[in-house]
Each structure stands twice: as structure tokens, then as C-alpha cells.
Design a protein around this ligand. Structure first.
Ligand code: SAM
Length: 210
């Protein structure tokens, strides 16, 4: 089974043939069954991960995704707002005038993942609040790619402490992003305070383990 990252005619932080394939390989090696993605955006990575988990485990996996699915709130919170406009004009025409759907929405992402509807739980809201209130946090693999401010990353990581102490893996995207230095600062502080191990993978992902 050799799954390649696909973009499903949407936008994603990750690119096919590059960091997308790298992340899928890393997930394939670790074979998680209870996956969390913080920051789903258009759902591209979510769909790729679900395809992979299904090929690894059949029906026996869970995927949880959290996103604000809103731009305004993020701007108010001084987050790095995702660029929702496509550089390919045909995609703008398709989404605005033909399918008339917003790919950055709970409805559209749920639709993209509908073939996994019994395995998937997409939650709209602020990860800092949702994770704090979540009683079942024992994900074995977390892809942290939500808010990129120092405060948001720090809170997300603190909420994910039980994942790491229970031998789970947290992969943080954009460890070295020049315009979001708070990501690196929060990760470095969190790993130092808790004495966790950190490995930088593919020059962009920080892998945090016990
Ligand atoms: C870089 S994009 C995620 C890209 C996606 N992981 C992918 O691979 O295509 C960041 C996402 O995080 C979401 N986000 C930002 N702050 C958030 C927060 N506090 N809680 C939940 N989602 C948040 C944004 O709405 C945006 O969709």
C-alpha cells in the first residue's frame, strides 16, 4: 500500500510529493488508531489521513478534527489568518460560481469526509477551549496545526500533556516559520519544562514524545 498525498482541488499547508507524503509516511510508520488534527482548514490533510488510517486499520480507527472555520474571530485573536483565496483562478470560479460552497467550512469539510462518517468527528470551535473540556484525550497521534500564536500553541500543548505522557506522539507543523515565531517559542518552552524529547523532521515538523 503506497498512499500519495492528494490535494482534492483544495488548499492545504502541505504539498503533494513533498511534506504531505513525508507526513503520511510518518503516520504509516506509527500506525495510530485514534488521531487528532488541530486546524483542519479545507480538510485536505484530514482526508489523506483518513484514507491512510482506513487502509491500515479498516473500520477500526477514530479521527477527530477541530477548527474555528471562521476568519474574523482569528483576526480578533491576533492569529495568523489562513489565506482562503486560491492562486488558481479556476478554483475560485469553481467554488464561488459553480459548486457555490465554501471549502473552509464545517459543512464542506464534513462532506469531503463523508465516506468515513462513522469514524470521524469534526468539531467547530476554539481548540484551546474544546481540548480543555474534552474528557477523552487519549489520542495516540496529534497533528497540531491550528492557531499559530505563542499563547494558542502553548495552551494546546498543555492540554495535550496526557497524550504525550501516555506514549502518544504530537507533531507540530511550522516549527521554524519566520512570520509565526511563537510556535517555536511555545514548543521549546513546553518540551524543556516537561523534559520531553523533540526532533525536527523534514525541516518543518517538531515531533514531541516522552
Ligand atoms: C494552517 S491551517 C491548517 C491546515 C491543515 N492542517 C492542512 O494540513 O491543510 C490553520 C487552521 O487552524 C485554524 N485555527 C486557528 N486558530 C484556531 C483555534 N484556536 N482553534 C481551532 N482552530 C484554529 C484556522 O481556522 C485554520 O483553518
Amino acid at each position: 500500500m503506497n498512499l500519495r498525498f492528494k490535494n482534492y482541488w483544495r488548499k492545504s499547508s502541505l504539498k503533494k510529493n513533498r511534506d504531505g507524503d513525508f507526513l503520511l509516511e510518518h503516520i504509516k510508520k506509527n500506525k495510530p488508531k485514534n488521531f487528532l488534527e488541530i486546524g483542519v482548514f479545507h480538510g485536505v490533510t484530514s482526508r489523506n489521513v483518513c484514507e491512510l488510517l482506513k487502509s491500515l486499520h479498516g473500520e477500526n480507527f477514530k479521527f477527530t478534527g477541530i477548527d474555528l472555520f471562521e476568519k474574523d474571530q482569528m483576526i480578533l485573536d491576533k492569529e495568523v489568518a489562513p489565506k482562503t483565496k486560491f492562486s488558481n483562478p479556476f478554483k475560485n470560479i469553481f467554488y464561488n460560481y459553480i459548486s457555490r460552497t465554501n471549502p473552509y467550512s464545517f459543512k464542506s469539510v464534513s462532506n469531503l469526509l463523508r465516506k468515513f462518517k462513522y469514524n470521524v468527528n469534526i468539531i467547530k470551535g476554539d481548540s484551546n477551549i474544546i481540548l480543555k473540556d474534552m474528557s477523552e484525550k487519549l489520542f495516540d497521534y496529534v497533528f497540531l496545526d491550528g492557531g499559530h500564536s505563542y499563547k494558542t500553541v502553548k495552551n494546546d500543548l498543555n492540554n495535550l500533556l496526557p497524550v504525550i505522557t501516555n506514549n502518544g506522539i504530537v507533531i507540530c507543523d511550522d516549527y521554524n516559520l519566520s512570520y509565526a515565531p511563537g510556535v517555536k517559542k511555545a514548543i521549546d518552552e513546553f518540551t524543556k519544562i516537561n523534559n520531553f524529547s523533540i526532533k525536527i523532521l523534514h525541516s518543518r515538523f517538531a515531533e514531541i514524545t516522552k
